[in-house]
Write a new protein. Structure first.
Length: 271
């Protein structure tokens, strides 16, 4: 199966525009220099140093981390960071989002080949519903709902100052805005509840064993390909009950899962 090349332009050329401290800039620049020299393991360590010091989220940094991990062939961490680069909180530019999607597609192809070769379980490709829920979780939809609600309220209050014809038009517009408030707010709330009820996580190891119970001594039910997307439906004592989109379910160590909604994981220093 032909695998496309990774896009590394942003890996080498972007600057840490969103960084707030010189030490973050230095770590980011050090990572870029190491990546340019082909030392991707060193680049990963430098980028993770920068990410640990960054007060917010940086799409450029997540993209660089994911791309460096992809160059190392570590598909789980690569998928984890590239997906984080595409989350609304990262506020990715058009160029970074396009490059992240392209690299994620390359990593996905590699994961599918590896899963087929080793007979491992892998998540199904994302559907339109997954993409829609991801977009609806964006804070922009929450603000849009709030603005529509306030405008509806203001128009309803202001209509009493106008003549009959104008009052009817304003009342109609207020009703439309109120409907948008309910619809957009409801969809945004549903998407957030879906994420909170079963947060999305990425299988980080090359092969993640899923067991019938929360213990290393329990029977292995199946093994998941690194980079697969899982839902974390329950936690307990360092273990999580995970579910593949197709419905397969079992227990996996939380250390092997990268939660997309949680703070970033430091992976380079872990065994």
């Amino acid at each position: 199966m032909r695998i496309r090349a990774l896009s590394i332009f942003a890996l080498l050329a972007l600057t840490a525009a969103s960084a707030r401290a010189d030490v973050v800039d230095d770590a980011f620049a050090r990572g870029n220099a190491l990546a340019a020299a082909g030392d991707y393991a060193g680049a990963v360590r430098a980028y993770e140093d920068a990410e640990a010091l960054l007060p917010g989220r940086s799409a450029a940094l997540s993209f660089n981390l994911g791309t460096a991990y992809a160059q190392l062939g570590e598909l789980g961490p690569a998928t984890y960071h590239l997906r984080r680069a595409l989350q609304p909180q990262a506020e990715a530019s058009v160029d970074i989002a396009e490059a992240a999607r392209r690299n994620l597609g390359v990593v996905r192809q590699r994961a599918e080949v590896a899963a087929a070769a080793a007979n491992l379980q892998i998540d199904r490709p994302e559907t339109w519903r997954d993409a829609a829920l991801s977009a609806l979780r964006s804070p922009a939809f929450g603000w849009l709902s709030v603005i529509a609600g306030w405008l509806a309220l203001l128009l309803w209050i202001a209509r009493s100052r106008y003549r009959e014809a104008a009052r009817s038009a304003l009342a109609g517009l207020a009703a439309v805005l109120a409907a948008l408030y309910v619809l957009i707010g409801g969809l945004h709330g549903y998407a957030l509840r879906t994420e909170l009820g079963a947060p999305q996580a990425i299988a980080l190891p090359a092969k993640l064993e899923v067991r019938e119970g929360p213990s290393i001594h329990r029977k292995t039910l199946f093994t998941v390909q690194g980079g697969s997307r899982l839902s974390l439906v329950e936690r307990g004592s360092g273990w999580g009950r995970v579910r593949l989109p197709g419905g397969l379910e079992g227990w996996a160590p939380l250390s092997g899962l990268g939660e997309l909604a949680a703070p970033p994981r430091r992976l380079a220093s872990e065994p």
